[in-house]
Design a binder for this molecule. Structure first.
Ligand code: NAD
Ligand code: LMR
Length: 335
């Protein structure tokens, strides 16, 4: 078809690609779930020496799956080769939390990795590379990456709280027995940790009688103010307890949602949660990587402004900000 104009492939880096999330994520990217069904991709997969054989196996499987959109696969332990000309960097590599560990325990293991990889991205990635940090402590790893990659615009460095956002949508959908796609505009504020604040005060459900507020439909305020919040906050831990491994398919799916909406835009009237650098919105200390409600357009996110914050919310938003301030200090002391 001579009229068919082929798009240039986009190069996507996945670090820790031989791990659990990586294994779920790379086929999703190659199938167009991240960048759309008409966007060819080249995958760069980075892992470390002990995982090299497994990484080569993942590359073999990607070839065997014959994905029409996949135009190239690099599987390497060389961070420079991995970062070369990447347009999108999904940072999954690191040491995961195991049963009984808090995120703080994984801090020292992971921040030094993020410092090194920041420098490689800084030097070798394509201009305007967009970065999504998934490895925990996700917000603080992103902050370290931002500090050590000063030439990458700070708006391009984000962390994943979309999984928490999707978990909140899922809980409301289960509670009200409605389609999850009809639930909109929950918010995850703050850290991807058990101090995060899942907020339903602005959330809505599309019904046959028009849009209704979640607070109107869930008559049980007590559930919304306690069990709902703790379930979402502790869902990561619940998955670890059940699987003896941390969440992977839901994390990979949320990573695709995050980049998809960032690059291709959020639907009108809908926001999503992203960990982004604070510009001081809602009184959050500038410079922290904090999860806010954002809308995206033409490849840029913007924090939703002007939402009314009640006292209950204020306290929880500040508590999770405080944890991020402490994590930042701890990370700096580890480096
Ligand atoms: P995993 O252990 O299965 O995989 C991690 C991979 O990273 C391994 O293959 C490992 O060899 C590799 N790795 C280690 N050091 C590396 C380095 N310096 N460079 C490149 N690769 C390196 O772990 P997983 O279950 O895939 O989880 C990955 C990370 O994501 C963990 O930190 C986990 O806590 C985090 N996580 C975050 C979210 C979120 O919503 N933000 C959700 C789930 C998991
Ligand atoms: C998750 O939210 O599933 C992950 O961040 C795992 C964890 O460490 O809780």
């Amino acid at each position: 078809d001579l009229l068919k104009v082929e798009k240039e492939p986009v190069t996507v880096l996945v670090t820790g690609a031989a791990g659990q999330i990586g294994y779920a994520l790379v086929p999703m990217i190659a199938r167009g779930m991240m960048l759309g069904p008409n966007q060819p991709v080249i995958l760069h997969m980075l892992d470390i020496e002990p995982a090299l054989e497994a990484l080569k196996g993942v590359k073999m499987e990607l070839i065997d799956a014959a994905f029409p959109l996949l135009r190239g696969v690099v599987a390497t332990t060389d961070v420079v080769e991995a970062c070369k000309d990447v347009n999108i960097a999904v940072m999954v590599g690191g040491f995961p939390r195991k049963e009984g560990m808090e995120r703080k325990d994984v801090m020292s293991k992971n921040v030094s990795i993020y410092k090194t990889q920041a420098s490689a991205l800084e030097e070798h990635a394509a201009a305007y590379c967009k970065v999504l940090v998934i490895a925990n402590p996700a917000n603080t790893n992103a902050l370290i990456l931002k500090e050590f990659a000063p030439s990458i615009p700070e708006k391009n460095i984000t962390c994943l709280t979309r999984l928490d956002h999707n978990r909140a949508l899922g809980q409301i959908s289960e509670k009200l027995n409605v389609d999850v796609s009809d639930v909109k505009n929950v918010i995850i504020w703050g850290n991807h940790s058990s101090t995060q604040y899942p907020d339903v005060n602005h959330a809505t459900v599309a019904t046959s009688n028009g849009k209704k507020h979640v607070r109107e439909l869930v008559a049980d305020d007590n559930w919304l103010n306690s069990e709902f919040i703790t379930t979402v906050q502790q869902r990561g831990g619940a998955i670890i307890k059940a699987r003896k491994l941390s969440s992977a398919l839901s994390a990979a799916s949320a990573a695709c949602d995050h980049i998809h909406d960032w690059v291709l835009g959020t639907p009108k009237g809908t926001w999503v949660s992203m960990g982004v650098y604070s510009d001081g919105s809602y009184g959050i200390q500038p410079g922290l990587i904090y999860s806010f409600p954002v809308t995206c357009d033409k490849g840029e996110w913007n924090i939703v402004q002007g939402l009314k914050i009640d006292e209950f919310s204020r306290e929880k938003m500040d508590k999770t900000a405080q944890e991020l301030i402490e994590e930042k200090a701890l990370a700096n002391s580890c480096l």
